[in-house]
Unconditional design. Structure first.
Length: 441
C-alpha cells in the first residue's frame, strides 16, 4: 500500500454504494444530506441463508491482495468456519489464481479493488472504466462470477467513479473501522484498535499484504466470534442489515415514530438529538428516513456547520481546493468551510466525499467554536490520559480539539477508548451537535 494520507480519510448506511451522494427527495423541504445508502440484493453470490439477522454481524475486509500473506488469513478463517471479503487488485489475480480460487470456494466474497491500484477519482471516465472492467474480467475468469462490490484504492471516490461503477454492476463500499494496519508493524496494536472500535454492522478495513496484519487476524477472528459476532461478507451485511430486509418471522407491531422519520421510533435512544437536529434544519431526511447508521462525509459535516451558522453567503476568497468547484453538491458550504478554516486540505485536496473520522469531526467543530464563534475553549489538559487510545491522535491540533470536546462533555469514550478513527455516522453527528448546542447556546 502506498503510504498516502488519503487512505486515512475514507456508505449511505454502512456501505458507500453506487448511489453514493445522489440527492434524493428530502423531508419537509430540508435540503437533503449526503448519506451513503444500503441496497439489498436479491439472490446473488456471497450470501448465505443460515445467518441470524437479529444477532450482531461484522464484515472483515482485506485490500490489496492476493498475495502470500493472504494464505494464513484464509487458514484462520477456515479454522473458525468464518468468511471475509477480499478486495483484490485485478493485475494480481492471475498470478495468485489458486489463492483466489481457495478463498472463493471457502465462501469468501471476492470484490473489485481496481486493476492496478490507481487513484480512481483522478482518472477520466474512460480511465475509471478500464480499471473496473479489467479487474472484473480478471476475477470472473478465475471464479466464474463477476464481483458486485468495488472499493476504490485509498477510498478515493467521486460521482464519476460511482456512476461508472453502477454502469458495471458494482456498488462502492468504504469501511467504518480503520486500524491503519498498512502503516504500522505491530499486530498487537492492530488487534487493539480493531477490538476497541468494532460494533454491530462494522466494516473493518485491513490489508492482506503484511505479516503483522496476518498475525493480527489470527487473534481478531476468534476474538470477534467469542464476542458473539457473526463474521459475514459485505454482501451479506448489506443484505441482512439493510432496512429493506424482511425476515421470515412475524413482524413486530408498529411503534410510533418521529413525524419526519419512519426509521426513528419515539423510544430511540437519541430521539431528542435527532429531533433537535431536524427542527434546527441542519439535518434533513432521505425519502422519509433519517438513516442513523449512514456515514457522514467531510463535505456533509461542513454543510451541517454551514447550516448551523445560518448558511452564510459571501464572495469567496482566492482559489478553492481542486476538488471543490461550482459544479459539486454544496459548493457554497464547502467554500465557506475552507474560507473560515474549518476544513483543511489533505495532500492539497479537500476530499469532501470521504467519510469523517471522529477526530476530524471534533477538530472541525473545535475550529467552528473557537474560530467562527470566537468562543473561549476551556481545556483540561491530561483528560485524555485515561483513554487507552489517546496516543493515536495524529497531531497536536487534534489532541487539543479532543481535550476540549471531552472537557466540555461533547464527546465521550466507550470502555475507555476514544475511537478517534471510527467513522462518524448521522446519529453520532446529531448527538454531538445537540450536546454542543446545550452546552454553549
Amino acid at each position: 500500500m502506498i503510504n498516502k494520507i488519503v487512505k486515512q480519510v475514507s456508505v449511505l448506511l454502512i456501505l458507500v454504494v453506487v448511489l453514493g451522494l445522489v440527492v434524493p427527495v428530502a423531508s419537509a423541504n430540508i435540503p437533503p444530506d449526503e448519506v451513503q445508502q444500503s441496497q439489498a440484493p436479491n439472490k446473488r453470490p456471497f450470501i448465505r441463508n443460515n445467518l441470524d439477522p437479529n444477532k450482531p454481524m461484522v464484515a472483515l475486509t482485506f485490500d490489496d491482495g492476493p498475495g502470500t500473506h493472504t494464505i494464513p488469513i484464509l487458514d484462520v478463517l477456515e479454522q473458525h468456519n468464518a468468511v471475509a471479503t477480499f478486495f483484490v487488485t485485478g493485475n494480481r489475480v492471475a498470478g495468485h489464481r489458486k489463492i483466489v480460487e481457495r478463498a472463493f470456494n471457502m465462501g469468501n466474497e471476492i470484490a473489485n479493488h481496481s486493476w492496478s491500484h490507481k487513484e480512481l477519482s483522478r482518472l477520466s471516465e474512460s480511465g475509471v472504466r478500464t480499471e473496473l472492467v479489467n479487474a472484473n474480467k480478471a476475477i470472473e475468469a478465475v471464479i466464474g462470477v463477476s464481483p458486485q462490490n468495488i472499493r476504490p484504492p485509498y477510498g478515493a471516490s467521486s460521482e464519476r467513479v460511482r456512476r461508472v461503477a453502477r454502469e458495471n454492476g458494482l456498488s462502492v463500499v468504504m469501511w467504518t473501522v480503520d486500524p491503519h494496519d498498512w502503516r504500522i508493524n505491530s499486530s498487537a496494536t492492530i488487534y487493539n484498535r480493531v477490538m476497541g472500535a468494532v460494533r454491530d454492522k462494522s466494516i473493518i478495513l485491513l490489508h492482506d499484504t503484511s505479516k503483522s496484519t496476518a498475525d493480527a487476524a489470527k487473534r481478531i477472528i476468534p476474538a470477534l466470534i467469542n464476542r458473539g459476532y457473526q463474521l459475514v461478507t459485505v454482501a451479506e451485511l448489506n443484505y441482512y442489515k439493510s432496512p429493506d430486509y424482511v425476515p421470515d418471522a412475524e413482524p413486530e407491531p408498529d411503534k410510533p415514530t418521529h413525524p419526519a422519520f419512519k426509521d426513528i421510533p419515539i423510544d430511540f435512544p437519541t430521539y431528542k438529538a435527532i429531533d433537535w437536529a431536524y427542527n434546527s434544519r441542519i439535518f434533513g431526511g432521505i425519502n422519509g428516513r433519517f438513516e442513523p447508521d449512514g456515514l457522514l462525509t467531510r463535505g456533509c459535516f461542513a454543510l451541517i456547520l454551514w447550516r448551523l451558522e445560518g448558511s452564510p453567503m459571501r464572495v469567496w476568497r482566492g482559489a478553492g481546493f481542486p476538488d471543490i468547484d461550482p459544479s459539486i453538491i454544496h459548493y457554497n458550504a464547502l467554500r465557506w468551510a475552507q474560507d473560515v478554516g474549518i476544513i483543511g486540505g489533505i495532500n492539497g485536496m479537500a476530499l469532501p466525499t470521504a467519510p469523517l473520522p471522529r477526530h476530524q469531526m471534533v477538530t472541525m467543530l473545535y475550529r467552528y467554536h473557537s474560530g467562527v464563534k470566537n468562543r473561549d475553549a476551556i481545556i483540561n489538559t491530561g483528560i485524555l490520559n485515561s483513554y487507552f487510545d489517546h496516543f493515536g491522535l495524529p497531531s497536536a491540533n487534534d489532541i487539543r480539539a479532543m481535550e476540549w470536546a471531552v472537557s466540555s462533555g461533547i464527546i465521550g469514550g466507550i470502555n475507555n477508548y476514544l475511537l478517534p478513527y471510527e467513522y462518524t455516522n448521522r446519529e453520532m453527528g446529531a448527538t454531538v451537535l445537540y450536546r454542543y448546542n446545550n452546552r454553549f447556546n
